[in-house]
Design a binder for this molecule. Structure first.
Ligand code: ADP
Ligand code: 5GP
Length: 185
């Protein structure tokens, strides 16, 4: 992976609904040096999502072609869809900027194999599972089946906390944000 070694790469992972997207956006808004790695995905856009900003939304066929052409640093199948980080995007950004990745534990394992990267791996959780369910419902962007699938993946997801440098509880958003700031600054 080509990059400027002075720049850091922050990975935020968590069970779905804990707050990665919210916190990633807050980091980018406050710190101009950080750019978000915009992933490719085969899932459909949510009503509040914009192609090219939140994700690059692509067909399965296109995604599979990108896999065949070895275009991804990492990719994973999550909740029946594919998600991946394109090499070209990361290489372009990381020469000039710090990067934030909102990716799952499978992608984190794959990126960790690149030993020359300045990775900071942060795993977020909620204080309790019921709070997570509330957030998934309040986000109002998933069907009840999707919410159930995401909620049910919690136990499997948190088995991988040990692969991370830091574990942070996102109960109070401002407190959590300050904790992340302390780490990345
Ligand atoms: P993820 O990207 O991890 O799936 P989101 O960032 O979409 O999660 O957050 C899920 C929902 O929880 C959103 O509606 C968001 O506004 C809300 N949320 C995030 N952090 C907190 C928090 N600390 N307290 C209450 N609600 C939160
Ligand atoms: P969502 O559908 O809620 O946006 O994301 C579902 C899961 O996919 C989240 O855990 C998110 O971190 C993960 N994800 C998003 N983009 C990528 C990616 O490029 N690679 C991997 N491995 N996971 C991703």
């Amino acid at each position: 992976m080509a990059h400027d070694e002075a720049n850091i790469m922050v990975i935020l992972s968590s069970p779905s609904g804990v707050g990665k997207t919210t916190l990633t956006k807050k980091i980018q808004q406050k710190y101009q040096s950080f750019k978000i790695s915009v992933s490719h995905t085969t899932r459909s856009p949510r009503s509040n999502e914009v192609d090219g900003v939140d994700y690059h939304f692509v067909s399965r066929e296109k995604f599979k072609n990108l896999i065949k052409q070895n275009c991804f640093y990492e990719y994973a199948k999550i909740f029946e869809n594919y998600y991946g980080t394109l090499k070209k995007h990361v290489d372009e950004i990381s020469f000039k900027n710090d990067i934030i990745f909102d990716i799952d534990w499978q992608g984190t394992k794959q990126l960790s194999k690149f030993k020359n990267l300045n990775l900071i791996k942060i795993y977020l959780i909620t204080g309790n599972k019921q709070e997570l369910k509330k957030r998934l419902i309040n986000r109002n962007q998933n069907t009840s089946r999707e919410i159930e699938n995401r909620f049910n993946s919690f136990d499997e997801d948190i088995k991988h906390w040990n692969d991370y440098d830091y574990i942070i509880i996102n109960d109070n958003l401002d407190v959590c944000f300050r904790q992340i700031e302390n780490i990345i600054l």
